[in-house]
Design a protein around this ligand. Sequence first.
Ligand code: GSH
Length: 255
Amino acid sequence: MTTTDIIFLDIPAVLPVPFSPNTWKVRLALNYKKLTYVTRWVETTDIASVCTSLGIPPTSTLPDGTPKYTLPALIDNTTSPPALLSDSTPIIEYLERTYRDPDSSRALCVPASRALHALFEYHVAHSITAQLLPVMVMHMHDKKTPRDRVHFRKRTEAAFGKKLEDIELRGKEREEQWKKIEGAFDLLARLMKAGGTTGELFTGSNLSLADCILGGLLLAFRYISPDEAWIKVSAWNDGKWMRCMAVLEEWTAVV
Ligand SMILES: N[C@@H](CCC(=O)N[C@@H](CS)C(=O)NCC(=O)O)C(=O)O
């Protein structure tokens, strides 16, 4: 395999590392599987035009009926025709099918776990990810490239009908929102403990799709909001999420 066989499309930040939870989720999987790949950096502003020109499919439909393009996306040139993929979970399932580890205990997502993983993903999306904007919106804005900041402000303000600064909660309301998010992490920590999982990951010492989903989110906290979100999350559940991050570190190279 040469370095251009797998092209991974990710979103740049003003940091030396990316900060999207969804792209981190796939990057963790690529690194865990020790696949050789190159990153093509695409600003959010350009996702639709770049994906359209490359033939990468949209991941959903916008309210006005037009296709919505998102990253991560991946091009695998080792097949003929090349595989053109979008949507983080289907990308990871593709990598798992195509680059199967001979050691079955290292599987990220066996087909039989698909429904359980979908349920896990649904829970995380609703109880954590959907709760983040009111406490992260300005941190997110500030970590974007100057061009993407303009794009993000325009779209988010149009969707919410208010200024970004007014979406951000303050004072008591902000603390209540963080309490809600903490409750969702408490539940995960409690279930992991009750399940008797040894180590910090969901299924032991090997990575699973659930770890990629949660790990992407933890990395996003760490890079988007190191002074607030990451400080809070690392203190929750007796430091469980900081220890989890220390384990994930092995698969966080950005190439
Ligand atoms: N279902 C998609 C969602 C990906 C997604 O929402 N990506 C965001 C970045 S975290 C994105 O590309 N947004 C582009 C936009 O909103 O225009 C996945 O899991 O890959």
